[in-house]
Design a protein around this ligand. Sequence first.
Ligand code: NZQ
Ligand code: ZN
Length: 391
Amino acid sequence: MDNFTFRNPTKIIFGRGAEKQVGAECAVFGSPILLHYGGGSIKKSGLYDTITASLKDAGVEFVELAGVKPNPRLSLVKEGIAICREKGVKLILAVGGGSVIDSSKTIAAGVPYDGDVWDFFTFKGEPQEALPVGTVLTIPAAGSESSNGCVINNEDGDLKRAFDSDHIYPHFSALNPEAAFTLPDYQVACGTADIIAHLMERYFTNTKRVELMDRLIESAIKTVINNVHAVLETRDDYDSWAEIMWSGTLAHNNLLNTGRQGDWASHDIEHELSAVYDVAHGAGLAVIFPAWMKHVYKHDVDRFAQFAVRVFDVDHSFFSPEKTALEGIKRLTELFKSMGLPVNLEGLGITDDRFEEMAAKCTTYGPVGHFVPLDKYGVEAVYRLAAASEG
Ligand code: NZQ
Ligand code: ZN
């Protein structure tokens, strides 16, 4: 096990009615706050009314910025920074999924920064401070509600880039599983695939003797798998959503990578798809992750076989370690398919071949991934495997 320091400062308020506490949570920081949200789902569901009532009850004044798109755009971030500076905003309240939360985090870091906020994404600058962020989560998926990362699309150059900073951990996040009751099937599936991907990125490691984290990751993946079909069938199954929502937070709050180094190539490779084709992140991962696995499994067949046996109950007494490993990858693809997700690039609507260009962009700062570092040619090979996967 590697040395580590672990601290996750986000206060989690979990359960029915959690969103009604945000007024009191925000009041601590003063007024006005920026209420930031997406394309309107929170108005349809009634969450907007609950949140604004909670803010008014607590005497919190707010200004609003709506319109965050999935794959959140830099242009709206810049608008948000200007509003916050002009109005003297004290906190940003993100109500939505990963896109709204990431837009909020980037605005928060950009407000006190003199340069161009995009500098954070190109390693030209590092946040030294940020406005506080609070969140009300509406989709279990990205884990941004208690992560120190954020991901933004820059329309100029079809770029999607991320940065990490301890200054952007949300101060609080309200998680009510009922918020997920209004999700469309496709977003349920995309969110769940992202959660599984966050767990697998951490699982495939070269660090030896990491049994506790291996077992926690395996049980988190199994928990998500055990509950996803229930919520696809019965959207208001509170208890199944509660399992998925809490798994989604734990999958990405950095607890499960303590003492080990994860991989993360699949995320970098997927981000290029979301940048160029504007595909949903989770759907892109459902296609890229199995392709990445096929590309790298020979690096540590035993780890892939362990994954197959412990997560997908593959009976290894009938198979060689290699066949066991491959059977695990097959069952992962079958799982994604059963959730209604695409299994190849064509299923994502991608029929042209921009693999070389995307692979070059993906490796701008050098090879991606730690389990097996992939250069431009390795990344291109993963795209080709993703294109060739059978639907
Ligand atoms: O915009 P609205 O109208 O709210 O609709 C959204 C959006 O269209 C809808 N939605 C969300 N909650 C809903 C709902 N519709 C009905 N009922 C609800 N309760 O779902 C759509 C997708 O929302 P989005 O926020 O994009 O989803 P997600 O949470 O999957 O976030 C994806 C983004 O997070 C980034 C991804 O790259 C992507 O940009 N990630 C962020 C991470 C982080 N900051 O730590 C890590 C992840 O790996 C990921 O990269
Ligand atoms: Zn992700």
